[in-house]
Structures are given as structure tokens and as C-alpha cells.
Design a protein around this ligand. Structure first.
Ligand code: ARG
Ligand code: ZN
Length: 869
């Protein structure tokens, strides 16, 4: 039941025009599809057309206006087949669907009082019979008919063309999208929605109407997304020369959504948690997420919609590139260094773990059972890193030329990842053959570094070896082309001039050393003193590095490196060393390090957000990724011990930092303010864990806060202080204050379920019984189950296995109602082989229990069966 890339073939027919009519009623929805089909001249004339369809009630099929009798077509659970077709036909299909019973949230479904759609990847086949594959691009016209009182807003892709009141009280809205597109970009919305509106003038002077539609209670949460949208539109013009191409751009917020958001042409649909914000209810982190996701979906208009994917094995063509584009945007809007740190943390925890587990797959996979399982950190984030490496190799200008050529050459086409690299090659006259291995080989390459300095010759020899571990279905990997950005620091902490042999291995403009073989030695000349090496600056490649550097060298880099990313990395390596010491029972905080951290806290010339990251210990998941055999309880204990020691050593400095960063400016979700709040609240957390005074301050901040960032930070400080009844008091107050706001309540669920102090298995079970919880809503499932298994690791990995049981029960429960969410929750259990056997065995047993369930969805089956191999 797996599908293979090597089996790709073009379809026998294309669909030139698609005209859809939806009649929405409480009982069912009637869909009429009129498809203008034309034979694909590239294929043998089979006369055969097989359309995909799932859970559809077929009413009639007509060919060129003549209704077919039942014997004239074949139908099964997943398809409808016609034979003996000629060159061109008009095919008209009528079918019924039942959105009110759609709990999988794929296709057309109801969320609250509205109707909405999610068609990527293969949801359109739950709306009508169609060639539901991305290489079939069609011009769509859509009519939506519904009760005018209850559904005054009726939306679809493209530009609005007509609106009329029907004599029976229903309303009909018609839309036309002139840009041909695959069915996965189709969208429909119906509801009683309010709209926030604005305009944007494009670089060629066209006026575009911008609209954000929300349920009435959320109309005061739309300003920021609208602002982020306008900034995204401007940025894409300036950075990529890409202009918007319809008269209107719409965003709709819905509460029930499997993912973050969806880039449907002209009509983006968003999970409400990724678009709605006001200062009182959204944290700075939420604002930043909204900015990034609004940009991401907008950028898809070119990288994804105008140029789309030939098949789903090319998913990273649009996702990797679009993540790269949104990351560059966020870096430009905020601190580039901080954004890089955040992205590297995500790669090193979640993506490296995926690449080392049973679901490891290349950025361009060879096969899948269920494509929904491949919306992964590998496709998205590693895909983005692979695009970013091409920019490091080609330089900013060369990369831009390649992107321009890609968009020009392939506008209106459905293409492959290699069409992207080909454009990069052709625009720059380079050969990326070797580089393309990044797309085909799964697993995280590991670089080993050894250096030898010769004072007499003023030479540094650097020997690098690379290897990439075996992954499912792939062994004996070939060396990759790894761009290693690096610097050499002199004893003053200044960057030395670099001169390398062979010269062809060094690109001076980007300070990149090109590692292309399994083992290579590079000679640096004119190195007048023994340097401190700053290796893999800016996280220039998604690799692991084994490089022995002394704690003195790490401290030196932490203080002096001109590369902000490597300053942070040196600090993390130092802290990982402490945590390893603690695990070995021999940890002592050394005064030299403490005084460096103290100085960083005091250094007002540094970006406070940067200091926040420098002072944050690696997370338990991060530590686990740097361990050979993962012992989650040992990691938790060791990290707590180090955190305690650091907090104790820095208490007065933290109190002072907190006081210094207090501000009476009114809240704004603006970079400098967010940065200052981040450090202020980090300081509060450390301070409150150490002293009654700090705890007092947290309570005061909770009560006085006029914004969610400060209120939530205070609540978290109270939870982490370990004063359980005090924490419970404030949790209750918080719920009292916010129980009417769904998104805030979800944050409330999540801080509890993800907390080491609270989230015992029994406690999480009580959250599942709470009135605020609902199994049908993916955000709530993620807030409780996702946070528990992803963050409260000391409870999830309870030694009696009850945490695993809780997760497996949730998967079994959701398998039937929402398979995508069920499969996604499984992530933590799939890592069982990396843990010490005491835990791994219990995890495996839960996977086996799931495997033995009847009626497993494809989604869950794929993840569980691959994990048990
Ligand atoms: N294309 C969307 C995005 O990245 C994600 C949609 C994925 N949906 C799904 N059901 N797998 O912006
Ligand atoms: Zn995307």
C-alpha cells in the first residue's frame, strides 16, 4: 500500500476548467462539478479516466450533457472510472457530502458555526470526484449557495464575480480564480463572520483589498495579522521581486484546524491560534509565531501556488523554500541571530531526532503510505536548511538570480525539486550534482574535527571527516557537500585573516570552507598565534559536530566570538558539559564561568533577547539529542541540579536585571520591547525560584500585568517555584479571568500539562476531564497531550509506563475520528530505541498495543508499523 516516486506518471487527461456549485444545508451539502477534460497528448490514448473520491454519495454522472447509466462507469470506495473517452468532454458529477459529520477536518467540514475546507494534501477527493493530484492544474469557478441569514459570508478562491439573493431566501456568491491551480489549493468558507479590512498597493501600483474574517468575538484580535500581512507583501516585492496577483487577499480564522494554516489561493485559512492576537491575550511568542505564519502562507502565493509541486514527493520544493523565505523575513523584522538560534534549536532537537528514528526520510522521500505523515520537520525545516546552504554556496546575489530564474521559468507549472536546483545551477554556471545528495540521503551527517597548530610555520591544519548514519532503507551513504562557515580568533578575540590551501575550498565572501569528501585536510597559512576556532558559524549546515574544545576555549568564544550564533553555541556546550558532570555525580559550578554569565547579564550593549538565550539552559529534549542512551529521569535530575546552582549563583544579578528592565511604556508587540520582556521574564523565573522576594514580585507582576506575556511569565515563575498551592491559587485565578477566551484557556491547559512541577499522569487525566477540554478540537489535544508528552518529560517517562499508556490511549481514541492528529501524537513513542531499555521496552509495548487495534487508519498504521521494525 505504499506509493513510490519512481512510479510517477503524468495523467491521461487534464482538467482545463472546473466549475463547482455548493448548496449548503444543515442536512447535507450538494456538490455539482462541471469539468472540462482534455486528453494529455504526452500519454498513449487510453480513453480511460479514473477520478479519486472518498466518502462521497454519488448522485449522477453526465458526459457532454447526457446522463450515464450505472453500467457506464465503475465506482469503488476510492474512485470513479470512465472508459472509451475521446479527446475532449464536459463531465458533470453531482454528489452529496456530510460536513457536519466530518471529524477528520479534511475536505469540507464545520468548525463552530461556520463551514470551511482543508484540501492539502488529499482532502479535495472528500468533496467531489476529481484528479486530486498537484500536477493537474485547472481554472476554477465556484458558486456557493446557503441560507443568507446564517451564512451571509460566502467565500472561495480568486476574485468575487457575482452575488445574488435567491427567491427561496438563500444567497449565492460566485468566485472566479484566473490562475490555474491544483485542487489542494481550493477553499470555501461560509459563516456569519466579521471582517477587518485594509488595502495594499503593489509595486506596479495595483490596489489589493485585504480582508481578515473572524467570528464576531474575535474582531479585536485582527490588527497584528493585518500588519504582518502588509509587511510580508512589501518584503516579498523587495527581497524576491514577487508581486501579488489578484484583486483581493483574504484570511479566515477557524478554531478547529489540524495544522497551523493553509495557503489556498487568495483565501488563506488559519488555525485561530496562528492569526488572532491582542496584547491582553497573546504572548510575545504568539505574536512572533503569527508574524512568521502569516508571512509563510503569503509567500506560498509564489513558492507553492504560481509554481507548484509535480507530486507529493516534491513537497519540500514548496515547504522548504517557503520556510526559508519566512525565516529570512523574520530575521529581517527581528534579530537575525536570535532567529538563527531558534531554528538551530528546533533542528537539533526535533529534526535530528526524527532523522535518527524509524520515520527518518530524505527531504525528497522515495515512498510513503500516507502523505499527511510527511508534513515533517525534515520536509519543512531541513528542507529550508538545504535551501539556505545553497545561498551560502552561491552568495546572496547568485541565489537571488537563481530564484528569479526559477519563478520565471516555471510560472504556472508543477515541477520538481531538481527544477529548483537546475535554476540555481543555470543562473550561476555551477554544478550542484554533489550538493543534491542532501535531498536524497536521510540522516544527520556528523563532522569530526581535529586541528594541529604549528607555531614555527604559522600554520593550522584542520582535518575534517564526515559520516552519515544508516537510516531505514538507506545504508553506506556518500559524502555530502557541506558548507562550513568558520573563523579563527586571536588572543584578543579578533577574527584573523584567513588564507586556505587548497584555495578552491574557501569562499571568502561568505567565509565558507567547502567539505565535499569523506575526509579532507585544509591548511591555513599565516596564522601567527594559536587560534581559537569558531566552527560552523551561523549553523551553516544541519550537521552534528564532534570537536573537543576545552572549557576555557568555550568560555572565550562565549565572550568574544563575532558570530552571535557561535557565542550561544559555546555557552550551550559549556552547560551541556555541566549537565554531563551532574549525571556523573561530579558537578561543581566554577567561578570563572559564573562571572562570565554575570557580566553578560550586566552588558547593556547586548540585545536582551540574545542574553536571554545565552542564559537559558538547553532543554531536556536538547540534552537527550546529545546523549547516546537517553535516560530521561537522569537528564531531568541533572538539569535541575545545574539550574538550581546557576540560579543560586546569579540571584542578585537576576533581581537587578529584572528591576533594570521594568518599563512603564504601554505594551506593543514590537522587537525592542519583546526582547526586553524576554530577559526580564527570564530573570523573574530565576529570581522567583530562589527567594521570597522574587516570588512576591512574580505575584505582583501577575496581578498588575496589562499583557499576556507578563501575566503568563509570572504564572510560569510561580509554577516553577515549586510552591504548589500558591501556583494552584494563581492557576485558578487565571482560569476565572479567562475562561471565556478559548485561546487563552488553551495556553492555560498547556502550561499545566507541560510542567515538570504539576503534570503527573493523574493530574493530566484530570485536565482531560476538565470542562475546557474537548477531544474534537486539535488545539486542545495538542495543549494537553502534546504538551505532556513533549515537555513534561519526567512525567511522560514515569517509570511505571503510565505516561506512555496515557498517550497510547489518546492515539487509539483519535485513530477513528481524526487520524492525522492521532498519528502526529505518536512522535514521542517512536523514539523508543534511543532510550535505555527500562523505558524503551515499555514504550515498545504501547506501540504493540496500538498495532493490535482493529481498523487502524493509514496514518497511524504507517507510523506504528515503521516504528516496530
Ligand atoms: N501547506 C500548509 C503549510 O505549510 C500545511 C498544510 C498541511 N495540511 C495537512 N493536512 N497535512 O502552510
Ligand atoms: Zn507551507
Amino acid at each position: 500500500n505504499a506509493i513510490y516516486l519512481k512510479d510517477y506518471q503524468q495523467p491521461d487527461y487534464w482538467i482545463e476548467h472546473t466549475e463547482l456549485t455548493f448548496e449548503l444545508s444543515d442536512d447535507h451539502t450538494l456538490v455539482t462539478a462541471r469539468l472540462d477534460i482534455v486528453r494529455n497528448s504526452q500519454r498513449p490514448a487510453s480513453g480511460c479516466l479514473t477520478l479519486q473520491g472518498q466518502e462521497l454519495e454519488l448522485l449522477s454522472v453526465a458526459l457532454d450533457g447526457n446522463e450515464l447509466s450505472v453500467g457506464e462507469y465503475q465506482q469503488d470506495d476510492e474512485s470513479l472510472t470512465l472508459q472509451g473517452l475521446a479527446e475532449r468532454h464536459q463531465l458533470t458529477i453531482r454528489n452529496r457530502i456530510y460536513p457536519q459529520h466530518n471529524t477528520a477536518l479534511e475536505g469540507l467540514y464545520q468548525s463552530g458555526n461556520m463551514y470551511c475546507t482543508q484540501c492539502e494534501a488529499e482532502g479535495f477527493r472528500r468533496i467531489t470526484y476529481y484528479l486530486d493530484r498537484p500536477d493537474v492544474m485547472s481554472v476554477f469557478t465556484t458558486h456557493v449557495i446557503a441560507d443568507g441569514e446564517r451564512y451571509p459570508v460566502l467565500l472561495s478562491n480568486g476574485n468575487p464575480v457575482a452575488e445574488q439573493q435567491l427567491p427561496d431566501g438563500r444567497k449565492k456568491s460566485s468566485w472566479h480564480d484566473p490562475h490555474k491551480k491544483p485542487a489542494y489549493l481550493f477553499a470555501l468558507v461560509a459563516g456569519d463572520l466579521q471582517v477587518k479590512q485594509d488595502t495594499f498597493t503593489t509595486m506596479s501600483g495595483r490596489q489589493v483589498t485585504l480582508k481578515i474574517f473572524v467570528e464576531p468575538q474575535n474582531i479585536d484580535k485582527t490588527d497584528y495579522a493585518l500588519d504582518a500581512l502588509k509587511r510580508s507583501m512589501k518584503w516579498d516585492e523587495q527581497s524576491y521581486g514577487r508581486e501579488y496577483d489578484l484583486d483581493i487577499f483574504m484570511i479566515v480564522a477557524v478554531d478547529d484546524f489540524n495544522m497551523g494554516a493553509m495557503e489556498n489561493k487568495g483565501l488563506n485559512i488559519f488555525n485561530s491560534s496562528c492569526v488572532l492576537a491582542n496584547p491582553a491575550t497573546a504572548t510575545d511568542a504568539a505574536y512572533q509565531r503569527i508574524e512568521a505564519i502569516v508571512a509563510h502562507e503569503y509567500f506560498h502565493n509564489w513558492s507553492g501556488n504560481r509554481v507548484t509541486c509535480r507530486d507529493w514527493f516534491q513537497l519540500s520544493l514548496k515547504e522548504g523554500f517557503t520556510v526559508f523565505r519566512d525565516a529570512s523575513f523574520s530575521a529581517d523584522m527581528n534579530s537575525a541571530t536570535v532567529k538563527r538560534i531558534e531554528d538551530a534549536r528546533l533542528m537539533r532537537t526535533v529534526q535530528f531526532a526524527e532523522d535518527a528514528g524509524p520515520m527518518a526520510h530524505p527531504v525528497q522521500p522515495d515512498s510513503f503510505i500516507e502523505i499527511s505523515n510527511f508534513y515533517t520537520v525534515t520536509i519543512y525545516e531541513k528542507g529550508s536548511e538545504v535551501v539556505g546552504m545553497q545561498r551560502k554556496i552561491l552568495g546572496a546575489e547568485g541565489f537571488r538570480n537563481g530564484a528569479d530564474l526559477y519563478f520565471d521559468r516555471h510560472d504556472g507549472q508543477a515541477v520538481t525539486i531538481y527544477d529548483f536546483t537546475k535554476a540555481m545551477e543555470d543562473a550561476n554556471g555551477v554544478d550542484l550534482t554533489l550538493f543534491k545528495r542532501w535531498y536524497k540521503q536521510a540522516g544527520t551527517p556528523q563532522i569530526q574535527v581535529s586541528s594541529d597548530y604549528d607555531q614555527a610555520r604559522q600554520q593550522l591544519q584542520l582535518t575534517l571527516t564526515q559520516r552519515c548514519p544508516d537510516t531505514p532503507g538507506q545504508s553506506d551513504k556518500l559524502p555530502m557537500w557541506i558548507p562550513v562557515q568558520l573563523g579563527l580568533l586571536d588572543s584578543q578575540g579578533q577574527d584573523m585573516a584567513i588564507q586556505v590551501e587548497p584555495a578552491s575550498a574557501w569562499t571568502a565572501a561568505s567565509q565558507v570552507l567547502h567539505l565535499t569528501e569523506a575526509e579532507q585536510t585544509f591548511v591555513f597559512h599565516g596564522v601567527t598565534e594559536r587560534p581559537v576556532i569558531s566552527f560552523l558559524r551561523d549553523f551553516s549546515a544541519p550537521v552534528k559536530v564532534e570537536f573537543e574544545q576545552s572549557r576555557d576555549e568555550l568560555l572565550f568564544l562565549l565572550q568574544h566570538d563575532s558570530d552571535g550564533f557561535n557565542r550561544w553555541d559555546a555557552g550551550q556546550r559549556l552547560m551541556l558539559g555541566w549537565i554531563n558532570d551532574a549525571m556523573a555525580g561530579q558537578f561543581a559550578l566554577d567561578e570563572a564561568a559564573v562571572s562570565v554569565f554575570r557580566a553578560l547579564l550586566r552588558d547593556a550593549s547586548l540585545d536582551p533577547a540574545m542574553v536571554t538565550y545565552l542564559l537559558s539552559l538547553p532543554s531536556e529534549a536538547y540534552i537527550a539529542e546529545f546523549s547516546a542512551d537517553i535516560d530521561p529521569q537522569a537528564i531531568h535530575q541533572a538539569r535541575q541540579q545545574v539550574r538550581e546552582a546557576l540560579a543560586a549563583a546569579l540571584t542578585s544579578e537576576m533581581a537587578a536585571t529584572y528591576q533594570r528592565l521594568q518599563s512603564d511604556q504601554p505594551y506593543a508587540p514590537q522587537p525592542q520591547q519583546m526582547s526586553a520582556r524576554a530577559l526580564k521574564n527570564l530573570a523573574l523565573g530565576y529570581w522567583a525560584s530562589q527567594s521570597a522576594e522574587g516570588l512576591q514580585q512574580a505575584q505582583q507582576q501577575f496581578a498588575a500585568a496589562d499583557n499576556m506575556t507578563d501575566q503568563m511569565a509570572a504564572l510560569q515563575a510561580l509554577i516553577h517555584s515549586g510552591e504548589r498551592s500558591l501556583a494552584q491559587h494563581y492557576l485558578d485565578r487565571f482560569y476565572q479571568q479567562w475562561h471565556n477566551d478559548v485561546l487563552v484557556v488553551n495556553q492555560w491547559l498547556s502550561v499545566q500539562a507541560g510542567s515538570a512541577e504539576l503534570a503527573s499522569v493523574e493530574f493530566v487525566e484530570s485536565l482531560l476531564q476538565h470542562e475546557a477540554f474537548d477531544w474534537r478540537n486539535p488545539n486542545k489535544v495538542r495543549a494537553v497531550i502534546g504538551a505532556f508528552a513533549g515537555q513534561a518529560l519526567c512525567h511522560f517517562h514515569a517509570t511505571d509506563g503510565q505516561g506512555y499508556r496515557l498517550l497510547a490511549d489518546a492515539v487509539i481514541r483519535l485513530n477513528g475520528s481524526n487520524p492525522q492528529i492521532a498519528a502526529r501524537l505518536l512522535g514521542p513513542l517512536t523514539k523508543w530505541k534511543r532510550l535505555v531499555p527500562q523505558y524503551g521496552g515499555l514504550m515498545k509495548a504501547e506501540l504493540q498495543r496500538i498495532m493490535a487495534q482493529p481498523d487502524l487508519s493509514k496514518d497511524v498504521y504507517e507510523v506504528v508499523s515503521k516504528s516496530l521494525v
